[in-house]
Design a protein around this ligand. Structure first.
Ligand SMILES: Cc1cc2nc3c(=O)[nH]c(=O)nc-3n(C[C@H](O)[C@H](O)[C@H](O)COP(=O)(O)OP(=O)(O)OC[C@H]3O[C@@H](n4cnc5c(N)ncnc54)[C@H](O)[C@@H]3O)c2cc1C
Ligand code: SF4
Length: 466
């Protein structure tokens, strides 16, 4: 639906941004804001861009969403702000995500020039340079001395930490990976979300007063009790979903079977200079029809796969993947086998040789879940391939309950919270993002839940902790 003004990942020019901002109707009651999970004040930041004050624009955005640039690129905007834009009735919707990305990149570039030796070079925001250099600092509340532990340094944990730092508390993020950022760092391929943008936004969060301890896994030998004993007065749990789902079919033990998590984690680590180049086969079969499956396909192509077959339950119009990503994979030459269910991974001498699948129909229309799929007799087929990668979803770590005593989980091991506050069943423990039942699923939603929990933790600390 949205008309891209520039290629995916590219930044608008100053002229494009000004012209696009000038198309905004500045609605009285903007539907785009209501459609944004983080409630970014779209009208106000666009007006700031119109007046040539990008620093004001980005400060307005970051106050609601600390992952402004990442979300500008990665939000499913057609289902959120852009999908609600009133301008659609007149012409085309405003490219809100691209304007948000422009504001974030403009700020990061200006700050880097200030920080670089010799500083204060020309900034790409042209005439807005003076405004950008003048107003760098974000005011924080007076220090309260209260310590909060954040478990998990993904979008949700970092958003909660940023909010708590702004409110004067001392948040410490415990992140098991060598770098923070969660799936934005280890997962989404860097051609979609550039790593210097992620690093720039994390730098902004650190500058608010957030301490981030990387390579610090929680829960191997410690529990929540140890965190409270160590002096933390509240805890936010934002550990995401750490395991990939796989269907229970024969052949999973064969060499050449992988999950999206294995491939995308190792591809990210390789791109970050932390690991070897992952090996992919020449012919790869990818099971899944969502955005993660498309990311796997793009990664496989970049790693040298020549033949890609995509197998998914949905018909083309039912596939949950973003249209642009689908087109990219289609253009790369992948073959799509839709309304299909995998039955068995075939092998020889312990190695994958292909995948048996069959066509399906939905027992009940519009109910697009595996348990509603029915195999159509006589439609079985076989695809040759030496690697099968599953990209059919994620699930919580099976042993999540052990380090979280007294925190209630649902039957899928997701944390149960009060949706208004993120409070769990244990006093002083809050949770949000993908790890929570009915939480997460997008970066912006996870950020919004982190911010909301930060505010609730502040209220808890003021009321319950002397
Ligand atoms: C491949 C892929 C592509 C995606 N693309 C998009 C997209 O384009 N747009 C979009 O909006 N959403 C996208 N999503 C969804 C989005 O990434 C998630 O909804 C979001 O990252 C969830 O944030 P989170 O902070 O809850 O979890 P995560 O991002 O998973 O972060 C959790 C963090 O906790 C850390 N952690 C876990 N356990 C521990 C522990 N025991 N101790 C310490 N640290 C721990 C992890 O290392 C990780 O850093 C994508 C997801 C995937 C898998
Ligand atoms: S955060 Fe995402 S959904 Fe919200 S206004 Fe920005 S691009 Fe749109």
């Amino acid at each position: 639906m949205s008309d891209a003004l520039c290629p995916a990942g590219a930044v608008l020019t100053d002229t494009q941004a000004t012209l696009e901002a000038s198309r905004c109707l500045l609605c009285e009651d903007p539907p785009c804001v209501a459609a944004c999970p983080a409630q970014v004040p779209v009208k106000h930041f666009i007006r700031a861009l119109r007046f040539g004050t990008p620093r004001r624009a980005i400060n307005l955005i970051r106050e609601r969403n600390v992952f402004a640039g990442v979300c500008g690129l990665a939000c499913p905007v057609d289902e959120l702000c852009v999908g609600a834009c009133s301008n659609t009735e007149l012409s085309t919707p405003i490219a809100i995500g691209q304007l948000q990305h422009y504001a974030a990149v403009t700020e990061l570039q200006a700050d880097r020039q200030v920080e670089a030796p010799g500083g204060r070079g020309s900034c790409r925001a042209g005439g807005a340079g003076t405004e950008l250099h003048a107003d760098r600092k974000v005011a924080a509340a007076p220090k309260t001395g209260q310590k909060v532990a954040i478990i998990g340094g993904g979008p949700s944990g970092l958003a909660a930490a940023a909010e708590l730092a702004r409110l004067g508390h001392s948040p410490t993020v415990l992140e098991k990976n060598p770098r923070p950022g969660g799936i934005c760092t280890y997962g989404v391929p860097s051609h979609r979300i550039p790593q210097d943008l992620v690093a720039g936004e994390i730098e902004y969060i650190k500058n608010l007063g957030v301490e981030i301890k990387t390579s610090s896994p929680f829960g191997r030998n410690d529990t929540l009790d140890d965190l409270f004993a160590a002096g933390y007065q509240a805890v936010y749990v934002a550990v995401g979903l750490q395991e990939a789902a796989v269907p229970q079919i024969p052949g999973l033990e064969l060499d050449g079977v992988q999950t999206w998590k294995q491939l995308l984690d190792s591809f990210s680590a390789f791109n970050l200079g932390e690991g070897d180049r992952p090996q992919v086969a020449k012919s790869v079969i990818i099971v899944g029809g969502g955005s993660v499956a498309m990311d796997v396909a793009s990664a496989a192509v970049q790693l040298g796969a020549a033949d890609i077959d995509m197998v998914c339950l949905e018909a083309p119009r039912e596939m949950p993947a973003n249209r642009a990503e689908l087109d990219e994979v289609w253009t790369a030459g992948a073959r799509f086998h839709t309304r299909s269910m995998p039955l068995e991974i075939t092998g020889e001498d312990g190695r994958v040789t292909g995948l048996k699948a069959a066509r399906i129909r939905w027992k009940e229309p519009e109910k697009l879940i595996p348990s509603n799929a029915e195999i159509i007799p006589g439609t079985e087929y076989w695809l040759p391939g030496t690697m099968v990668i599953f990209a059919i979803g994620a699930k919580a770590a099976a042993d999540l309950d052990k380090p979280l005593p007294d925190v209630k989980l649902d039957e899928a091991d997701r944390i149960i919270v009060n949706p208004e506050t993120g409070a769990t069943s244990r006093a002083g423990v809050f949770a949000g993002g993908d790890a929570v039942a009915d939480g997460g699923t997008t970066i912006v939603q996870s950020v919004a839940e982190g911010k909301r929990a930060g505010i609730a933790i502040d209220a808890y600390l003021r009321e319950a902790v002397p």
